[in-house]
Design a protein around this ligand. Sequence first.
Ligand code: FES
Length: 145
Amino acid sequence: MSFNNLDSLYRQVIMDHYKKPRNKGVLDNSDLTIDMNNPTCGDRIRLTMNLEGDKVSDVKFEGEGCSISMASASMMTQLIKGKDVETALKLSHIFSEMIQGNDYEDNLDLGDIEALQGVSQFPARIKCATLAWKAMEKGIHQHEE
Ligand code: FES
């Protein structure tokens, strides 16, 4: 596939998540509620998560932000739901490397998040892409304390 076709495929995946977000909303009686904003624009996300043992049994997000931040939140919730906490943190690390344009491990199923790898060419948007992931990491660390 040529670079341009791949680019337009990735764009479609991003717009699909933005227009039809997965796991949008707020969980009733969630174990964890994390509010986070992107200081550069003020956009915000609220992430609610339930953990059962070491597993993310459910997760939802809501918020206001650009297409990159909201699509990334949708992809992140889709990817980590049902995974154990260690895998969720590993995926977050992989995503962080990818989004900075660094080499990353690809021995885990990365779902749709690879569609965001082009963001690495736009450093100002990296905070948009990582907003939901930082919220997820913060929630897990809060739970571990
Ligand atoms: Fe605000 Fe992207 S411009 S999160």
